[in-house]
Design a protein around this ligand. Structure first.
Ligand code: SAM
Length: 386
């Protein structure tokens, strides 16, 4: 089989040439997606910050903190964690061909003292063994692995989901089956997807009497990614579950309301235009980022030799600047409803701030913004009628 060496950060791995050349590397015996280098760059920076800043890890050398790359493929993600941060790493994949590549790549990076191969079903491994940090990066949905990962993870859980159709409401029933939640497929569907995933993670952790704190989460290209710090104990689990709730949305005029809680009463008729509204949930209505954590991730990205430094900085900076409330407004959609030309997004944000409201751009979409202003105020500003 023809293979090629590729480098990400300061780590080199050998992968089948077919994995690099194919547009969708489905014909390769081992999966490698170069488009996910950005995701891995952020993983290295975020994991490094978590380890440095975590109280529980004080005085412990990185080689005593264990990280599992539960779906490792070539091993690139976990090898970067071992090589670039020095954590004790388990690289797991149930595919024997992938494990051959992992073994070879451990040797290639001279990491045999801190990295080991495991060739098992991720669920079996995670149900049997606790790891300080668990990383899930499956094909498609992480839903089948969330229970085992929630049981295993002691300090940090990192999850990628590429099944955006169920998460964002495009495949409604699939989303209900996988995440036990109704996702609304409207203009803020990317934020909906991230919040549905976080809601599901919170409920899985709660079963194991663990709460969570969202340190960083983002929706980028075809995937969503979450980094959640774990707080063990029933009280923390109960506190976390209080951040879940429901949203109602009017497709006609974009009015939306959300409420935390399990038995909340919400208006079904839009108070703005009288249209029947749609309800979504259960989803995470808490914060999507921790600003101190994100500032440190930003500094870490700046310091490190990362291939996608510029893009990574842009994502984290926008997350940092983003008003951390649900849900963003799509300016084009609002302007279409009003039959007015869309102004520059900066102007809208400034106008909202000038009227005393909080407003910001959002990492979810360049043509959208977040604000605490009511819909009627936003619309009068957009139509220059305020
Ligand atoms: C998306 S790839 C992982 C990519 C890798 N983390 C990276 O950053 O390049 C998913 C991998 O999970 C493996 N996999 C799928 N289901 C699994 C399971 N139940 N247990 C263990 N590995 C699994 C597949 O063989 C595949 O190599």
């Amino acid at each position: 089989m023809e293979t090629r060496k590729i480098t990400e950060g300061t780590t080199e791995v050998e992968v089948p040439s077919a994995a690099i050349e194919d547009k969708l590397p489905v014909n390769s015996p081992v999966f490698y997606n170069s488009h996910m280098e950005l995701n891995r760059d952020i993983t290295v920076a975020a994991t490094s910050v978590f380890v440095k800043e975590n109280f529980d890890f004080e005085e412990r050398p990185p080689s005593e903190i264990d990280y599992v790359d539960a779906m490792a493929a070539s091993g690139i993600r976990g090898l970067r964690i071992a090589n670039e941060i020095g954590l004790r790493t388990t690289l797991n994949d149930w595919d024997a061909g992938a494990c051959d590549f992992i073994k070879q790549n451990i040797k290639l990076n001279d990491l045999s003292d801190i990295a080991e191969t495991s060739c098992r079903n991720a669920n079996t491994l995670l149900h049997e063994k606790r790891f300080n940090i668990v990383d899930l990066d499956p094909f498609g949905s992480p839903a089948p692995y969330l229970d085992a990962a929630s049981r295993s993870a002691v300090n940090l859980l990192e999850v990628t989901a590429t099944d955006t159709a169920p998460l964002c409401g495009a495949h409604l029933n699939s989303g209900i089956r996988k995440y036990a939640a109704v996702a609304l497929n409207n203009e803020y569907h990317s934020e909906m997807g991230l919040r549905i995933l976080l809601g599901s993670i919170a409920r899985h952790l709660a079963r194991h009497e663990k709460g969570m704190e969202v340190l960083l989460s983002h929706a980028t290209r075809h995937y969503v990614r979450a980094y959640v710090g774990i707080k063990s104990g029933a009280k923390n689990a109960d506190r976390t579950l209080k951040e879940l709730g429901y949203v109602t949305h009017c497709d006609n005029c974009s009015y939306r309301e959300w409420k935390k809680g399990y038995s909340v009463f919400m208006e079904q008729t839009c108070p703005e235009c009288g249209t029947e509204m749609k309800s979504g949930g259960l989803l995470w209505l808490g914060k999507l980022h921790d600003s101190i954590f994100c500032s440190k991730v930003m500094e870490e990205i700046e310091k490190r030799p990362l291939g996608k430094k510029k893009k990574a900085c842009k994502i984290i900076q926008t997350c940092l600047d983003e008003l951390d409330i649900p849900f963003f407004y799509d300016q084009h959609r609002l302007c279409k409803q009003l039959s007015v030309a869309a102004p520059r997004i900066e102007k809208t944000i400034q106008d909202l701030r000038d009227k005393g409201y909080a407003a910001s751009r959002t990492h979810f979409s360049g043509m959208s913004f977040k604000t605490d202003a009511p819909l009627n105020v936003i619309k009068s500003i957009l139509s220059n009628m305020y």
